[in-house]
Design a protein around this ligand. Sequence first.
Ligand SMILES: [Zn+2]
Length: 258
Amino acid sequence: MASFSSQTETNIEYAAELFRKAKYAVVLTGAGISTPSGIPDFRSEGTGLWSRDEPMEVASLSTFRTDPERFFVWFRPLAGQIFNAAPNPAHIALAQLEEAGRLRFIITQNIDALHHKAGSRNVIEMHGTLRTLSCTHCFQKAKAPQYLKAFIEQGELPRCSGCNGLMKPDVILFGEQLPQKAWYEAQRECRQCDLILVAGSSLEVLPVAGLPMQAVDRGAHLVILNNARTYLNVRADVVIQEDIASILPAIAEQALNG
Ligand SMILES: [Zn+2]
């Protein structure tokens, strides 16, 4: 069991109490919840992926269209890390909260499917997912694992079994629209929740970063669990700036057993 300062203990207790009292809790997760699973935040400076190439350029729709091989070369190590990653205690804590009826929806900025691997069911993936790929010619969808293994291990580009067209991972690239269905669902959840937990997101990527504000403006409580300041810290009931993989399980444990 991790031990925390008394201030942190108090914050954990308060966050857990908010979960116990909430009638409709939702969570917004970002890259910070997956870094303990070994997945780099490719938008953050200082990661290996950033220094080799500018992700906003190489991970863009225009690069994918004009030079897909360059995109796939950049994407391969990231895909490997994601494919082999396992959910950490923070993902598992959220799945337990959902299972116990304490959490309605997870809205995530991540593409790594770790919430699904942890057993969460109601997950809205704002930036798409690496769970599936779609053919760029005939739009046939396919589950990713059958293609990803050969791509990660041999660098074989994923090709459609129907028309041999190039398959694009269903992740939202820079310059690409957010999936409309996910956006509507996320707004719906944020407008009806009475508690929103921001976990591992610095709330810097628009428009998703604006979602918690919609909840707070309608009177929802706000808990922020992130290692960097966010623009909404001033509106939060509780802010905890510590290791998410130990704090979130502590909150869930107290919310479920306290
Ligand atoms: Zn096809």
